[in-house]
Ligand binder design. Sequence first.
Ligand code: NAP
Ligand code: G4F
Length: 328
Amino acid sequence: MKRAFITGITGQDGSYLAELLLSKGYDVHGLVRRSSSFNRGRIDPIWQNDPVAAERLHLHYGDMTDGVSLVNLIREIRPDEVYNLAAQSHVKVSFEMPEYTASADGIGTIRLLEAIRAAKLETKFYQASTSEMFGATPPPQNEDTKFYPRSPYGAAKLYAHWVTVNYREAYDMFTVSGILFNHESPRRGETFVTRKITRAVARIQAGTQKDLVLGNIDSIRDWGYAKEYVEGMWRMLQHDEPTDFVLATGTGTTVREFCELAFSHVGLDWRDYVTHDERYERPTEVDALLGDPSKANDLLGWKAATGTAELARLMVDADIALLGSSDS
Ligand code: NAP
Ligand code: G4F
């Protein structure tokens, strides 16, 4: 039985990845932060839906900013595969908490790599890198595109990317940087723009919200379905050689168009509800992200199946269902 260690298991991707690895027979260990209240809503259903598989799921307290906890956990778990998904992942928040973002997202990655190296394990390592690292470089972007981050988050992730590459070259470790373009789902955090929109559509339709206030709606993103992207992460660690991969749909959509898709799904015109507030804009914006996933298509046989229009519809439907269940 293979053992995996997932940091960020309580997040959107971590919860889908935990389900995937459990379904493949893995023993899954997850890092959770101590908080004053439980924040395990995304992984709780595992215990309800599949109690037998849940016996192979183990949670451990720790933090990416606490190197000792990472050293102890790696030594104790001795994982075959580590998926480093933990991060302060909100771009706008990284301008407000730049130092913390650098520590959790940037230095946190080297803390984890050092913990693996010190334990002298043959562990395979996946780093959750991001299209934000391309920042100001125009699309389409692939593994050879020049990086030009435009936020403390992008810069911290770029540091993590390069140490992942460096530990592969310096110590011959099996480390992979997955450069993922935006991926969303009904489990997406409520303050990211897609979920903010689909949640508002559900509430506006139900009559409990009047309007939706957004920042820049001209930016272009390449939005795919998170459930499919975690399959790509796993495939990267099963590939013969450690190398970097882009995962994306290959299609760009503006925030404005995403609004149109989501509101029109329930017969509403987005222009009647969306207003603007510069509070939601960033000091520096990433105007256009659109990925070229050819390498993952060719070497991993990975392809995004769900396009942005279908994604918008499934997220609106899920938010309507969620609203219905919380009403009852
Ligand atoms: P997410 O929903 O925000 O989840 C982030 C996870 O990291 C949560 O489990 C969070 O724990 C944990 N975390 C945050 N700070 C931590 C710390 N100091 N110590 C330990 N755990 C910490 O993010 P996601 O969308 O699933 O993304 C997963 C990863 O992929 C992130 O690294 C993100 O930057 C990267 N990424 C995401 C996308 C995307 O479009 N979703 C694209 C490219 C890359 P709590 O639950 O306690 O907050
Ligand atoms: O949903 P967003 O906050 O995602 P962003 O900034 O692209 O970052 C996400 O994707 C990255 C991959 O490229 C990940 F690495 C990162 O962790 C995160 O998951 O914003 C998308 C776009 C931006 O251009 C933003 O300026 O939507 C624009 N936007 C307009 N109004 C808004 C809003 N974004 C948010 N969050 N909230 C708004 O009200």
